[in-house]
Write a protein that binds this ligand. Sequence first.
Ligand SMILES: [Ca+2]
Length: 530
Amino acid sequence: MKAKFIFITLSLILLSCTNNFRHSEEISLPNIIFILTDDQGYGDLGSYGSKTIKTPNIDQLAVEGAKFTDFYVHPICSPTRAALLTGCYAPRAGFPDVQLWGSPFGLNPDEVTIAEILKTKNYKTACIGKWHLGDEDVFAPNQQGFDYFYGIRLVNGTQKFENFAVPFYRNDSLLTMRPDHSKMTRDFTDESLSFIEKNKKNPFFLYLAYTMPHIPIYPGESFRGKSGNGLYADAIEEIDWNVGRIVEKLKAQGLEENTLIVFASDNGPWAGQGEQSGSAGKLKGSKMTTWEGGVRVPMIMKWKNVIPASKVYSEITGIIDMAPTIAAAAGASMPDDRVIDGKNLLPYILDQKNTKIPHDIYYHYAGTWLQAVRSGKWKLHFARPEVRPGRYGECADWFTRGSYAGIFKEDLLYNLETDIGETKNLANEFPEIVQELKSMTIKAKEDIGDYSIQGKNSRPIGSTYLELTDINQYPNSEYARKVGEEMMTEMLAFQKKRFNKLSKSNKSLNNQEAQELEFYLKKFINEKAK
Ligand SMILES: [Ca+2]
């Protein structure tokens, strides 16, 4: 029986590229669980070398499945999520940057997400946790192929406030403005277990996007202080324990063999946050940078009896590959009316001879700015002679602050095979490699785009300001400032409404609420004075 299952599954993988392939009744499509953590560094798992964070359950996934050593994401939350769901580099999919409160932008409803693709195979789909691909109703997960949503559409907070208020939803219903952040990891897992239980008889796709360990870090009560290595370690150990609960649930329901589990982080750790910061291990840089520490993260795939146990896959792979891989596992097709950047990884990782590699070149975009490329062992950072403005209003400058972007007048070339920490610039010694990588990049700039270049195959952002859809329209100009101001006004209006509601309720404000109120009142007054 097992042998038959393996044969059928492998056939499914190999045949899934052809459109005319039809599943026979007896094949049960695999369940898919994608677990994404937020700001977890390359060095923040036992299986990736952490000596301070204990992650036995996640490490066990690597023991029973494959660990990817060279897996890339975008350097910040939203673009990675856009790339995950669409199989494309985020600027191609029209969602290159983070959007915050009051933003009129979201992942374009015309994008075809992996959830929508799996719906063609009758999967039940859930997004539990953090969405971060648009705050407005038209951009919500239920509009993008997810049958069920439980969590937040935005980010869990900023470094400014403790226990930040954030709208918390079940599907499109607002449940609360003040979720308890310390309960989220547990709560999201509970919801996931119940989704698994409800769907044990049909194929399901669970996208579980934990809000931790993004700052401000709130481990659950029973994990706070438990690791002995700070809040960040507490939060990851809590995630690990909960991943263990999910695996146990699958086993208990007899679903372990027929479930593909993927575990990854959305970007590198956020530096400079004390015990709330993670570690990129030996890699240079952190979140918001295109140094390896910002864009290389842990990724593990377990699919019992399909992916060999304890495999270590070291070719270049990335978040863009996840949708095509998941689609193939389900015998579904990616859309053929648009460019898709990612590859189905299964034939590559199952090829024992390793004769082909998924990517000759991988592009590292910070927003729409193509900052670096990787090909084989070589990584080239293009000269950044100046700090360049970003695209969108309030969060436009994520990548351009001096300490994040870095200014260097010359191209920098590193050999990652011998210098994983990007310490020794070899550009002068290997000018022909620099030239080759540059010429390989010309195509990407034309195709996907770059700072101030509209890629001919890049698609528009979703916008509730209909005139604002071209992502290359606003780096400079009055127009950009106008959009920025309007977005800020919307954000303030949102907060104003929230505090009006709070002050009308009978509940007295706690210290943090009072501080927030004071902060926003000042802003409202400033706005009025303009
Ligand atoms: Ca993140």
